[in-house]
Write a protein that binds this ligand. Sequence first.
Ligand SMILES: Cc1cc2nc3c(=O)[nH]c(=O)nc-3n(C[C@H](O)[C@H](O)[C@H](O)COP(=O)(O)OP(=O)(O)OC[C@H]3O[C@@H](n4cnc5c(N)ncnc54)[C@H](O)[C@@H]3O)c2cc1C
Length: 408
Amino acid sequence: MTSPSPSPHSGSPAPRRFPVVVVGAGPAGLTVGNILRSAGVDCLVLEAESREFIERRPRAGVIEEWAVRGLERRGLAGSLLERAERHAECEFRFDGQGYRFSYTEMTGRHHWVYPQPLLVSDLVREYADVRGGEIRFGVRDVALHDLDSDRPSVSYTDPDSGERLLVHCDFVAGCDGARGASRAALPERARISRHDYGIGWLALLAEAPPSSDCVLFGMHPAGFAGHMARSPELTRYYLQCPPGDDPDDWSHERVWKELQRRLRAADRPPLTEGRLVEKRVLDMHNYVVEPMVFGRLFLAGDAAHLVAPIAAKGMNLALNDAFLLGDGLVAHLTKGDSTGLDGYSEACLRRVWDYEEFSEWLSEIYHGTSYDDPYRSGTTLARLRRLFTSPAAAAAFAEQYLGTADAF
Ligand SMILES: Cc1cc2nc3c(=O)[nH]c(=O)nc-3n(C[C@H](O)[C@H](O)[C@H](O)COP(=O)(O)OP(=O)(O)OC[C@H]3O[C@@H](n4cnc5c(N)ncnc54)[C@H](O)[C@@H]3O)c2cc1C
């Protein structure tokens, strides 16, 4: 698991020092950076890609209400609150019918829809341009060192000079996603639990206005299909496919024919079609790294846990980690209070495991009718019907879908 880390070569410029080095400028890393900067704690964010790239990378869109409030409390939700849409319902389509599930009517809570690239752009601007935080884009070969000591460090190759640079710090926030340097630095004692769904999703982004005012889930014998608004001009679609399928085998015509078929419902207009600007196959899997702390390395977001986009939970979990980590680091570094850091892993993992379980449960609803197995189809349809006939089942679904349980 642990790979040898490139070390800084002699002759490099003198090492710099920051209380915290944040590796990765996704939603997790940028939120941690912003929390530190607003408390006057210096940090360095290291990002492998360019600023333009991360501000355009399409991914998530659904943000839970508690996460928006968490951003707002930290002064990070100004643009989001002005521009994001609120969603109050989702719709399940099966057996040629559409069934609306009005979670806001039931709970008074809603979902926010705000594309991840907009959130990332807001967070970079606030961190680098407003709060004066230091960030290096395009760094290469990031390596973490001496994480079990009280003098950890991070080295990287500077993209302009090609020099190998070393930064000493007190803490490393490992926020560099599923394939970053933090995961590569995990020690043998890390426990990684993994779940493979055995299916693929063709993730699509269409230059087409949403075809409904809410998220659509299509359960069909040919496989799941999903529709999620991103903006008035952009819609995300998903199509269940075999894992490892080649996106090039999915022509424009084949994609729209399959989406129209799997999302068809009586009394609903056909989908509005448009150019496909993203088309890639996700092999659906989840993993959890436990604990989320190794010496001075604190993992956050996808670096610590991946949840397939079945229930739109990944970015929400990344934000939850970032709030807890940012606040914990500030309390420790400014007041010597280490309670937050001591309880960090356990506090994050409670919500992580809850969301992982919900994803698995929802996966059976989405995919259960597609296995050519009449028994599995029967139980899936029973589960679906229960959402519309049992108030207790509906309330439980709404709580998990919205992430509103008090237990966290
Ligand atoms: C198609 C799709 C749809 C999704 N929809 C939703 C949704 O609706 N709602 C939701 O909550 N979640 C959703 N997710 C999940 C969500 O996008 C992720 O969980 C979220 O991006 C995690 O944020 P993060 O900051 O942990 O990691 P990332 O966003 O992956 O950020 C990590 C950063 O680290 C950088 N990096 C990587 N390696 C290195 C390195 N070695 N050195 C330095 N930097 C490095 C990367 O370039 C990146 O900028 C979706 C994901 C996908 C793929």
